[in-house]
Design a binder for this molecule. Structure first.
Ligand code: NDP
Ligand code: 8X3
Length: 257
């Protein structure tokens, strides 16, 4: 039987690309996110395109009861999750620390740190019982260095880096592999969400150079989960060729953010 993979945040961007690539390659995929209609559409679309085994769960990862109830609601044949891809996440706002909106801060901490912890706590239980499993946390270049006005988002992605390392230690004796895949700039709905729906400002983030596409990260995740069982890729930092770090981007237009 093929491995069951749960991809959090698969209604758009990186998560959606991971779900499609894995479904196409024969994995059994559970797609998740808050937007129920998008999940239903994606399940139908991927079944039609790839004749794959796929199901969907809609829940808000910041609500621990919803997370636990959703996992408990999985039919028997979907319960044994072999691979968890902790991808759901967001930036909300880009303001200096003295002007930051407290709601933005809370949503980032609740989603990127607490949400990742809730689902990992729930899913690792079964992995430990079966002594089999793999967890991939989607980190970020923002978790390796800080940049102006990135403050709380940077902190949450540094937390993902720390949690990844901590998980690897705690799960070592259960043979559960833990990896981090950390991208630089990827063109998704990320900036639209960060700028609260300001599509023009979001578009500017990706102008003047070639950003990564979601499929670039999906291919890396596919590589990580297809290594032999004795091999673990601890960490991958993947950048657009035009981006050296958070500050140095070879933009062919005037710097806009
Ligand atoms: P998108 O906005 O395109 O996708 C984010 C996904 O997360 C959506 O499917 C969204 O689903 C889900 N999500 C957000 N909040 C919640 C929630 N409360 N409960 C459940 N699901 C939620 O952005 P990306 O694809 O770019 O982001 C994916 C991950 O990659 C994030 O962790 C991000 O930090 C990280 N990343 C992104 C980079 C980039 O440049 N784009 C670079 C480095 C890392 P829904 O809204 O339906 O709930
Ligand atoms: C997303 C990449 O540089 O916008 O994590 O923070 S960045």
């Amino acid at each position: 039987m093929s491995d069951i993979v749960m991809v959090t945040g698969s209604t758009s961007g990186i998560g959606k690309a991971i779900a499609e690539l894995l479904a196409k390659n024969g994995f059994r995929v559970i797609v998740t996110g808050r937007r129920k209609e998008r999940i239903e559409e994606l399940v139908d679309e991927l079944k039609l395109k790839h004749n794959c085994s796929i199901t969907g769960l809609s829940f808000d990862i910041t609500n621990k009861d919803e997370v636990y109830d959703a996992i408990d609601s999985l039919p028997e044949e979907w319960r044994n999750i072999d691979i968890l891809i902790n991808n759901a996440g967001l930036a909300s706002g880009l303001d200096p620390i003295y002007e930051g909106d407290l709601n933005d801060w809370e949503i980032m901490i609740d989603t990127n740190i607490k949400g990742l912890l809730y689902i990992s706590r729930k899913v690792t239980k079964g992995m430990i019982e079966r002594q089999k499993g793999q967890i991939i946390n989607i980190g970020s270049i923002a978790g390796r260095e800080v940049y102006p006005s990135g403050n709380v988002y940077n902190a949450t992605k540094h937390a993902v880096d720390a949690i990844t390392k901590a998980m690897r230690i705690d799960l070592l004796k259960y043979k559960i592999r833990v990896s981090q895949v950390a991208p630089g700039l990827v063109k998704t709905e990320f900036s639209e969400v960060r700028f609260h729906g300001d599509t023009e400002r979001a578009e500017q983030v990706y102008q003047g150079y070639e950003p990564l596409q979601a499929i670039d990260i999906a291919e890396a995740v596919h590589f990580v989960i297809t290594r032999p069982e004795h091999v673990n890729i601890n960490d991958m930092l993947i950048m657009p060729t035009a981006q050296a770090n958070s500050y140095n981007i070879d933009k062919k237009i005037e710097e806009l953010w």
